[in-house]
Design a protein around this ligand. Sequence first.
Ligand code: NAD
Ligand code: WQD
Length: 336
Amino acid sequence: MTILVTGGAGYIGSHTCVELLNAGYEVVVVDNYYNSVPAVLDRVEQITGKKLKSYDCDIRDREGLDKIFAENKPDAVIHFAGLKAVGESAKLPLLYYENNISGSVTLFEAMEAANCKKIVFSSSATVYGNNPIPYKEDMITGDVSSPYGRTKHFIEKILGDVYAADNSWSVSLLRYFNPIGAHESGLIGEDPNGIPNNLMPYISRVAIGKLEKLTVFGGDYETKDGTCIRDYIHVVDLAKAHLCAVKKILDTTGLEAYNIGNGKGYSVLDIVHAFEKVTGKPLNYVIGARREGDLPAFYADATKANKELGWTAKYDIDKMCEDTWNFQTKNPDGIK
Ligand code: NAD
Ligand code: WQD
């Protein structure tokens, strides 16, 4: 079986390619390297001892996609390619709509033309917006606070319409919570350009001395220690959820959404302290103002994925911090 992976050189995509290759799938990556480097794919091959095929191609390039589909005849697609910086999306909404939504529509058109109608889509917990916690898949979604989040909501709805029009499609919408951690080899991990927006890469750059201190965004929320609560999930657990979802879509038709989270909430300070335990030294941090748009707390009800995909998250926050630190210390200047 051949799986076409858009955005396969990115953070979650590269970990998923490792799991796919280890499970015996042929992997074809399509990436324009906007937020990644081709060397990541060499490392995926190094970890697995297996080869993959890759194309430097933008998902908005219909002709390029048509050629790739014709050459490789993939059985299914895992669609990671997209821009993901929440703050940037508020400043550059059209870039996000163009890249994420137009790109996805072009990809779905190419899939339909090639009669490849099986897809796992990278959605996000952000689609739940202000719902009560824990989030469940049958809640009404779409009350989102950023253009980025809206792209995820719209793409979910577009796939819903595609499936409604043609029931031979098989669609799995995976709503990720907060992926952190790295492959335990330390060869691949999260490697953002510039100053990180997300908590874990920020913490690990403070710990290695590249950034001076972490500002904890808000210490006066109504939570156990005043800081926000999130559902952090090890990226390898997340990658494995894709394997389960691929197996399911290859065997069935339909459209389902699944929460991919641990089902547990950790505060920002829980993560800081777990990281300090791993490095063995205190992390320089201050409690600052709240960040606009942050919700006080959210985490998943992951029962549906547990039951229907046979998937459960295995790793705890200590392992997430350990693997992040291992990747950071082995790649102090990122992957070149
Ligand atoms: P990432 O930026 O590391 O990976 C995305 C990859 O897509 C990159 O390699 C990038 O170069 C590529 N890409 C972007 N636009 C492209 C285009 N037009 N054509 C071809 N390739 C393109 O991000 P990630 O953290 O691995 O996230 C993967 C997916 O999961 C994204 O869709 C993201 O929105 C979604 N997601 C991420 C998180 C998270 O916290 N990391 C949470 C929920 C959902
Ligand atoms: C986590 C917690 C911050 C940085 C985002 C997207 C979401 C999904 C995952 C894609 C929050 C706090 C952070 C810092 C801090 N991505 N924090 N200081 O905001 O939960 O989710 O990434 O779909 O859609 O919105 O993740 O890592 O930015 O923040 O105190 O320097 O860490 O306030 O409570 P978030 P995050």
